[in-house]
Every structure is written in structure tokens, then in C-alpha cells.
Ligand binder design. Structure first.
Ligand code: NAY
Length: 288
């Protein structure tokens, strides 16, 4: 389960329906062109929190059917409706997903006991492993070292997707839990996280920049830091342009420029203006 995992973008048609052909093409592009080690399915980048449970199931099915056993698969099943989270956990497990991940429950400012109960409830219902999905900037849920330690007491909790810029905490978790898996979640900080000896990374921009992400990760593991820094610099030039243009929409337009039917985002995410579509095409020509 080590290495570079793409936080998979999903293709939707003009009406917000899952575009199966496009989704399969995105999967193939990630495996055949970006050559990533695995896929993280129905995360933020997959617009998970904008989809119905049926749509999420459809995505899990299509991706597994396309991938078979070519790369590792992590299913993000976290949901505010805990019954839905349990149902999706069982569904993805039955399909053969290698591990589950669940975002920390958000919106209602749950206390830590409630967060812990959420993970234990999901894990009691399913025979699979769990990667905590921590993304404080979007959920408002920050956990400290002691709280991660409590979650890690459950042996089925095998690691964390750490999407935060707190490298002090990241180092403390790494030091305290050498046997848990830590995935870096901010692509623009991949080199810094790799130097701290994370086990891998999960990122949205790997849909279009996976090869460079693999280079950064591998070079850092080989202590070839000067070379890794050069690749991170080009990567961050691209990420800065993507963020300024509209994150998920731009990734989709870059894919389209390469012949991948990446479709549209679901509402209320907006469409790119023509100018921004042109910007994305220029990024594809320059970086991909
Ligand atoms: C997810 O679940 O899809 C992720 O969290 C992937 C991590 C990404 N975070 C978000 C919120 O999209 O790849 C990052 C991020 O897009 C990238 O670093 C640019 O900031």
C-alpha cells in the first residue's frame, strides 16, 4: 500500500450523471500514462460530498471493474449519515477494495469521543482496514498526537491520509507510529513530507502530474534532494496555475486536452469560462 495514489477525479455529464466511459478513461490514464501505484476513490477530488449514495456505489463498481487488480484501491466511504458510511464500507469491501478511508465527521463540531465512535462503528461492521482521512481545512476537525494515538489503538486503523500543513505534527506521528501508514495529502508539499519519511501520497493533481509525483517521491527516498527539489519546483509551477484557474475543473480540462473524456463537475461547482479553458489547454501543452 506504499507509493503514489491518485485522488481520482470523476467524469460527470452535463446533467451531473456519472459518465462511465469517461471515468474508465480517467482510470486508464492514471494507470497507463501517469503510472501511479494506486487510486483513492470518492475522495474530495472525486466530488464525493456532492453525490448520492447510489452514485458513489456506481463509481466504486466502475473503477474496480476497470482496475481489476492492476493497482491498489482505497475506497473513501466517510459520510455524515453513519448508516450510509457503513453500507458503503461493506459495499466497497465486497467489491475487493484493498482498504477503506473515511473523512472525519464534520459540520456538527463533534467532540473526539464522537469521532472515535464513528470510526469504531464503521470498523465493527466490516472486515477491512481503515485509513483516517484528516483534512482540517475543509472539515474544521483537527486532532492532536494523543487523539491519533487513540484512533490507532484499533488495529484495523492502519494509517492516516494527512492533508494538513502541520509538519511538526506529521513528524511526531511518524516518530511515534513507525508501523502505521502515513500518506501526504498536499501535492505541493510532497517533497517535504517525503523527507519526513511518509509511506506515500494521495493527491488530486496526480491525475495530470503523477509521473512527476513519483519522481519526487522516489528521489527523496534515495536522498537525491537537489533533483527532487527541481521536480517539485516544476510541479508547484503547475499547481499554482491550476489553483488560480479552478482546481477540479482545470484538472478535467487538462485531461480533456489529452483526449481523456473527463467531463464536467457537479453543481454547485461552476463551469470554467472560455478563457480559463484556454488556460488549461496551455497548461496541458506546457506540462503534460
Ligand atoms: C481527496 O480526497 O481527493 C484529497 O483530499 C486529495 C488531496 C487534495 N486535496 C483537495 C482538497 O483537493 O491533492 C490535494 C490538493 O488538491 C492539492 O494538493 C492542491 O492543493
Amino acid at each position: 500500500m506504499n507509493g503514489i495514489f491518485t485522488a481520482l477525479i470523476c467524469s460527470f455529464d452535463e446533467n451531473g450523471k456519472v459518465n462511465e466511459k469517461g471515468l474508465r478513461e480517467i482510470v486508464r490514464h492514471n494507470i497507463d500514462v501517469q503510472k501511479v501505484d494506486g487510486l483513492y476513490v470518492n475522495g474530495s477530488s472525486g466530488e464525493n460530498f456532492l453525490m448520492s449514495a447510489d452514485q458513489k456505489k456506481k463509481v466504486f463498481e466502475i473503477v474496480k471493474d476497470e482496475v481489476k487488480d492492476e493497482v491498489k484501491l482505497i475506497a473513501q466511504i466517510g459520510a455524515l449519515d453513519i448508516d450510509e458510511a457503513v453500507e458503503l464500507a461493506q459495499f466497497a469491501t465486497d467489491l475487493g477494495y484493498n482498504a477503506l478511508s473515511a473523512v472525519t465527521p464534520f459540520y456538527y463540531r463533534f467532540d473526539f469521543e464522537e469521532v472515535k465512535d464513528y470510526y469504531n462503528t464503521i470498523l465493527e461492521s466490516v472486515d477491512n482496514k481503515m485509513i483516517i482521512y484528516s483534512i482540517p481545512a475543509l472539515t474544521g476537525v483537527s486532532m492532536d498526537l494523543e487523539q491519533f494515538a487513540e484512533l490507532f489503538e484499533n488495529e484495523k486503523v492502519i494509517g492516516v491520509k494527512f492533508t494538513a500543513p502541520d509538519f511538526f505534527l506529521l513528524e511526531r506521528i511518524r516518530h511515534a507510529f513507525p508501523d502505521k501508514l502515513i500518506y501526504s495529502g498536499f501535492d505541493e508539499m510532497l517533497l517535504s513530507a517525503a523527507v519526513l519519511n511518509v509511506d506515500g501520497a494521495i493527491g488530486s493533481t496526480f491525475n495530470v502530474n503523477g509521473q512527476r509525483a513519483k519522481q519526487i517521491y522516489t528521489l527523496a527516498k534515495e536522498s537525491r534532494i537537489d533533483e527532487a527539489r527541481e521536480v517539485q519546483k516544476v510541479t508547484n509551477d503547475l499547481i499554482a496555475e491550476i489553483l488560480a484557474n479552478g482546481l477540479y475543473q482545470t484538472i478535467k480540462e487538462i485531461l480533456k486536452a489529452q483526449g481523456v473524456d473527463a467531463g464536467y463537475c457537479r453543481k454547485p461547482m461552476k463551469r470554467l469560462t472560455e478563457d480559463k479553458v484556454e488556460n488549461a489547454k496551455a497548461m496541458a501543452a506546457k506540462y503534460c
